[in-house]
Design a binder for this molecule. Sequence first.
Ligand code: ADP
Ligand code: MG
Length: 336
Amino acid sequence: MSEEFNLIDRYFLPLSQNLSADEVGIGDDGAVLTPPENHQLVVVTDTLVAGVHFPLETSAYDVAWKALAVNLSDLAAMGAIPGSFTLALTLPENDPAWLESFSLGLAELSRLYRISLVGGDTTKGPLTVTVTANGWVEKGRAILRSGADEGDLICASGCLGDAGLGLKVAMRTFEGNQQACLSKADMESCLEALNRPKPQLDLGRQLTDFASAAIDVSDGLLADLGHILEKSSAKTGRVLGAELYLDQVPISEAMRKWIDETGDWSLPLSAGDDYQLCFTVREKDWEALSTRLVGLQMDVKPIGRIQSVQGVQIKETEGGEVLSDVLSIINGYQHF
Ligand code: ADP
Ligand code: MG
C-alpha cells in the first residue's frame, strides 16, 4: 500500500542516519551493515503492547522513547556500544499527529545515544511496538548474568522504585489519601522515571572492565537479581543467594517520603521499569571501579553481597537481623 511507504519515508527515513557510504538502511529488503573489527554482535529485542506495557493514555512520544529505551537498557547491561535498530510497528490507524509525535520521541532518543534506525515493518492492528536493537562489544568482553560468585558485592545504579510510583500516579491506584505525602514535583519526577527511562549505556561500558555479572532492572530488583543468582548458580555449580541491606538501597526523595508514609518497600525492591543496572563486582575490584565511577559522576551504590545460601535475605543494615516482615510484603508482588 502506497500510504505505508509515504508514512515510512516521512516519519522513519530521516532516522536512518550515520551509516557509512557502503551501508544500507531503510528502503531495501534488508539493512546492510559493516561490523567493527574484533567485536561481537549483541542483539536484543523487546515488545511493548498498549495497555499491557504502558497505560493507554501514554503519549506517542513517550511510547517511542520507552520502546527504544528498554532495548538500549538491555545493550547497556551487556556492556555493548549501540549500533542500529529496527522497528516493527502495529498501528490501529494512520494518525499523522500520533506518528509525528512518535517519530520525534524516537529521533530524540536515537540521537542522544547515537543509534540509527535501519529498517522495520508497519502493520495495522492493536498498538504494539517491537524494537530490535544491536550493539557491539569487544570480543569476549560482554557482561553476562552468569559471572557472579560468593563474596561479590551487589551494586545498583540511580534510584529504584520511582517508575513503580510513577505508575501509581499514572493509573491513580493510590489507596485513601496516600498520595498526600508526595508533592506535585515528586509525582512529576516519578512519571518522568516511568515514561522516559534513561538507559545506562555509559555505565555499562565502564562495567566491562570490572563487573562479574550485570542485568538491567526491568522486572524489579529482586526478580532481576534472581536471574543473576540463577544463571551464576548454574555456572558455578554451587548454591548462590544474596543479602541486601535496605539502608543502602538507592531511593529518591519522593520514594523516601512514600516509604515513611506507608512503610512499604515493595516499590524499590520489586516494581519494574526502572531500567537501572544491577551488577556484581569482586570485592577486590570495587575500589578501582568506585574511584573511576566517582570521577565520571556516575551514581552507583553497593547494596548487598552474594553468599552461598539459597534465596535473598533482606536486612535493615549490613550485619543486622533478617527482616521477615519486609519479605512477606514483597512476596505478594514476586514473580518467582
Ligand atoms: P518488505 O516487504 O521487503 O519486508 P516493507 O515494504 O515492509 O519491506 O518495507 C519497506 C522498507 O521500509 C524496508 O526497508 C523496511 O525495513 C522499511 N520499514 C518498514 N516499516 C518500517 C518502520 N516502521 N520503521 C522503519 N523502517 C520501516
Ligand atoms: Mg522484501
